[in-house]
Design a binder for this molecule. Structure first.
Ligand SMILES: [Zn+2]
Length: 413
């Protein structure tokens, strides 16, 4: 389909994920009118059929916005075998990191890394993902998604808890301090020294960059920040990444990051599995966005994020697949299915918003993507599969968040 002229896309269901309170969550026998690659109007087919437009009938499908994946590590795709089958991590995240680092240290062809990452990106796109927040250690990973039809933002993450690690991290950022085209972030409060976190966040804020950071993923992280001991301490010593210069803040990961000035509306707190009411209150006050990765959390056995409590406190929640090394599937449909299973009380429409509009808003793409709203891109999805026959609007919403990998997506553009 070309991107000029006027089209009227009709389908049994339209799920606009719109901020417009006049539009229902599901428009039965709905339609989307587009012109020159933009959405012009969304509504009931009977109301829009009078327009002079080429009609495209998508039949019993659901028309809805493209999906947004707010957390992944494409450069790890070549190690996908680590995320296959049943996890043996059983909550021991350091054991999984140990295996991951051992595999990365082995000799490998950089072309294999690149090809696997492209394949993953293509699969994400085939599954309806149109925007991606990607994180990696390798500077060359910022090239992976360039020229690909996904709005991707790559962040190079910095680690280092020892004096020499801090020096190396600072030396990496210093020459690019004023380059707004290069995006950097801190890996996690257990792996990046406070000096580096402060420096990276200050740099990000100066450029108006987002700041995605892993937070409160495992109980081991809480123990390490509270006491300086536990599996993370053993792991850091074993790696030679411990020289005693890091002093445990005796705080929760969230409170600690807040004390470093790292939490604000540009911050994406990724995982948030182990957050109590105080942590949630801090995050709400700082207006951070939280990114939940149910598939990865489940694979690593680290626990379940308190999503209902996050929503109740008014915090925006988005979804991430994380990498193929901790998730057998990189599918936002599957993430929606898992989050619905973990929290049966959540409203399907809230879960769909996490995978679409909320992520687009955090990435600053909501005028383009994330909802079927006049002015947004006419690149959206026609979703089908084994849906219930003659389903009501609420049955369709429930199907969208429970069908997981059974869902078939087609791009409308
Ligand atoms: Zn991650």
């Amino acid at each position: 389909m070309n991107d000029s002229g006027c089209y009227l896309h009709k389908a049994s269901y339209v799920v606009p994920v719109s901020a417009d309170p006049k539009l229902p969550a599901v428009i039965m026998n709905g339609a989307v009118l587009t012109e020159n690659g933009r959405i012009i109007e969304v509504g009931a087919y009977d109301e829009l059929r009078g327009h002079d437009a080429l009609e495209v009938d998508h039949g019993p499908a659901v028309l809805m916005p493209a999906l947004v994946n707010c957390h992944s590590h494409l450069e790890l795709s070549y190690l996908a075998r680590l995320g296959q089958g049943a996890s043996n991590a059983a909550g021991d995240i350091t054991g999984w990191i140990r295996t991951l680092l051992a595999e990365r240290a082995k000799e490998h062809d950089p072309q294999d890394v690149e090809m696997a990452a492209w394949q993953t990106l293509a699969r994400l796109y085939a599954g309806g993902c149109r925007a991606l927040l990607d994180i990696g250690n390798l500077p060359e990973s910022r090239e992976i998604s360039k020229r690909f039809k996904v709005n991707s933002r790559f962040f190079q993450e910095i680690l280092g808890l020892t004096s020499s690690g801090i020096e190396a991290g600072s030396a990496l950022i210093a020459p690019v301090e004023d380059d707004p085209e290069l995006f950097y972030t801190a890996h996690a409060p257990y792996s990046t020294a406070p000096e580096l976190i402060r420096q990276l966040k200050a740099r990000a804020n100066r450029h108006g960059h987002l700041f995605p950071v892993h937070v409160a993923e495992s109980a081991d992280e809480l123990e390490f920040l509270a006491t300086g001991q536990g599996r993370f301490r053993d792991f850091l010593e074993e790696r030679g990444a411990w020289d005693g210069s890091f002093v445990a803040p005796k705080q929760s990961p969230v409170a600690y990051l807040d004390s470093l000035g790292a939490l604000d509306e540009l911050t994406l707190c990724v995982h948030c599995v182990h957050c109590d009411a105080t942590d949630i209150a801090i995050m709400a006050q700082r207006r951070v966005t939280t990114c939940i990765c149910p598939g990865s959390n489940r694979f690593l056995g680290v626990g379940t994020a308190p999503v209902p409590q996050l929503l109740d406190s008014g915090i925006s929640v988005v979804l991430g697949t994380d990498s193929l090394t901790s998730n057998p599937h990189l599918s936002l449909w599957e993430e929606m299915r898992l989050i619905a299973q973990d929290h049966p009380g959540l409203k399907p429409v809230d879960i769909i918003r996490m995978a679409t509009r909320n992520g687009a808003a955090f990435m600053g793409l909501d005028r383009e993507l994330g909802s079927l709203t006049p002015g947004c891109s006419a690149s959206f999805l026609a979703v089908s599969g084994d849906m219930p026959e003659n389903a009501s609007g609420s049955e369709i919403l429930k199907w969208l968040v429970t069908a997981g990998l059974e869902i078939t997506t087609e791009w409308v553009e």
